[in-house]
Design a protein around this ligand. Structure first.
Ligand SMILES: [Zn+2]
Length: 265
């Protein structure tokens, strides 16, 4: 640890379990961070800005991440570390959120190896970037740090303690790749239900598109028409009246266009 700094109070973990633990990420602490940074101490004092004046157990990586951060409060600095950790390990965290064990098991060996490595790193980074800190002792009194309550994630009423657990469940239950679910989150305001609904709607659309094509192809063949002409015509009927079924649209097409054409030749 860095030597004592008279302007700062040393922050000590209140519980044994957190001795020598980085307050910001939960790794082993080998360094000290200062809130506010030592070269900004006078600026804070001069302007009477809120500062904790704490010497904080931290790990090397968190110190590096805090470079350039001039904030004076412990929890502000924790939030900066969390955001920077999440950003630094964005890719690994994505791998962690996107892949589930079932999918990984099906991969070939070399890909499996790199995904598993990414998963491990991503899981660790995910945990560190949400580390809440711990209760500490200051001049004889215990100071609690509000623990972040895991925000429950819901999938159609089913409750999960973590996003990852919700993604694994949704992927298995609705047969959608975990990666596609994770990708959809940004588009749908982090609402997993909306992602699943949008995906099902898309599947339904693809299904009915296939159905339309199949019917049209049969119709075109039967009446010696171009398939493309029939498909386009059916789409025009369906656009005009969405209560029509494909068969009804084809009937209309037959009555309004094909029948006359066939008679006149
Ligand atoms: Zn750390």
């Amino acid at each position: 640890m860095t030597e004592l700094e008279p302007r700062y109070r040393i922050m000590r973990a209140a519980d044994d379990a957190h001795f020598h633990t980085c307050f910001y990420c939960g790794c082993i602490a080998t360094e000290s961070d200062f809130a506010p940074p030592r070269d900004h101490w006078y600026a804070f004092a001069d302007h009477q800005q809120a500062a904790d004046n704490l010497q904080v157990p931290a790990c090397k990586e968190c110190l590096t991440l805090l470079k350039g951060c001039t904030m004076g409060l412990l929890l502000q600095r924790r939030d900066v570390v969390q955001a920077r950790l999440a950003n630094k390990y964005k890719q690994a965290i994505n791998v962690y959120l996107r892949w589930n064990p079932d999918e990984v098991a099906e991969l070939d060996r070399s890909l499996k190896h790199s995904i598993v490595a990414g998963l491990t790193l991503g899981e660790e980074a995910h945990r560190r970037s949400r580390y809440p800190g711990y209760a500490y002792e200051l001049e004889g009194s215990r100071i609690e740090v509000a623990q972040l309550q895991p925000q429950p994630v819901r999938v159609f009423g089913e409750r999960f303690d973590s996003l990852k657990a919700a993604l694994v469940y949704a992927s298995r239950t609705y047969g959608i790749k975990q990666g596609q679910l994770a990708e959809g989150l940004a588009k749908h305001n982090h609402n997993l239900d909306a992602v699943i609904l949008a995906f099902q709607q898309q599947q339904q659309q693809q299904l009915s598109e296939r159905e339309i094509n199949r019917h049209c192809a049969a119709f075109a063949k039967q009446h010696g028409q171009s398939r493309r002409y029939v498909v386009n015509a059916v789409h025009r009927y369906l656009d005009r009246d969405d209560t029509l079924t494909v068969t009804e649209a084809l009937d209309k097409l037959y009555q309004e266009r094909i029948q006359h054409f066939l008679k006149s030749t």
